[in-house]
Design a protein around this ligand. Sequence first.
Ligand SMILES: *Cc1c(COP(=O)(O)O)cnc(C)c1O
Length: 422
Amino acid sequence: MHYENTLDFARQQDAQDMLRSFRGQFIFPKHNAHDVLYFCGNSLGLQPKTVRQALLNELDHWATHGVEGHFRGELPWMYYHKFLTPQTARLVGALPHEVVVMNTLTVNLHLAMVSFYRPTPQRFKIIMEAGAFPSDQYAVESQVRWHGFDPEQAIVEIAPAPGSDTLRTEDIVQIIENEGSTTALVMFGGVNYYTGQFYDLEKIAAAAHRVGAHVGFDLAHAAGNVPLRLHDWNADFAVWCSYKYLNSGPGGPAGLFVHEKHGNNPALPRFAGWWGHDEDERFKMQKGFKPMRGAEGWQLSNAQIFSFAAHKASLDLFDAAGMDNLREKSLRLTGFLEWVLCEANRDKNLFRIITPTSPDDRGCQLSLLTDGRGKALFNYLSDNGAVADWREPNVIRFAPAPLYNSFEDVWRLGRLIGGFKG
Ligand SMILES: *Cc1c(COP(=O)(O)O)cnc(C)c1O
């Protein structure tokens, strides 16, 4: 791909962008009466304009129908989670009965581990990436303790080799093979929140299964960012949230994937609630839990309609753009960002990009490891209307979201950094 660090080039790319109309469907915060340069979709995606009406519709539905709202209208609340299923399945590469929207991410991670982390004295270890998002670390540690094991012995963390910022697939596979039959679960992020590395999930899943372990993925930074094929990759389970790349608003609902080879096994241990119970008998209010087939059988509670409505509005937009088209644009947009950042950094040596250089090994996020001037650079960007985020101890993350970011945004960011006098 050929790039030029000019406004003309950026505008030409935007003019050719098939997805350019989607930008107009989002609300950008303002800085000095201008749209900010928003590069923080990896933390909280922007608000789609359709969300407000979707929420108002549900308020009206409630006002008009009261309790009957559960059964009336185009989107009866009783079945609301199902209205999110087809888009969700396409997004993560699953069969429709393998996915369900429910709860929030860490809750779903725990529920999945209840079913898929079943340690025995011989097979009790969890293998994960070192430096995983803290909630995942706490969830894993507390699950291990809950089963009476010592996290020191039971959790195996895979760290980058000395002098490296990211993991090599060969090393991940080797460690899984070395731990062998002591491994109960391999639990990996899809895209690491800190480095932006996109792991080879198919190879990790295959290695886990070769040693007889289950494999689960946290796709918080992968869903809506990179193409996923959860069914074909043979993941046992996966979880993700909807407020990052999926633009569904703060605290938005999360997803759960359970592979069909497990989803129809009612004997699989789980924590149960009435919404996971056989739909045809749910209101008979009888004893004896009988799970729904598929991922729906892991639901606990009835749907949180307002956050689901925002999620639906956002997912519909995502679905209209299509993940393959988004990825195609994302590869070019992030490539352009990398080029522009390197140009801006050429004489300054302010940072080093720690995200893998190979596009296959990353999504849209680039992480910059900064030196002592990093915080000053970050503050300078904020003061000048660019929204990125800072991750301790010294990383700045930029994520150009292909659904609403433009090549011009990227060019402007590069120019801004070029003007930093740190
Ligand atoms: C954002 C994120 C979370 C957040 O969890 P919530 O339960 O939604 O608060 C967890 N894990 C990872 C990897 C994340 O990136």
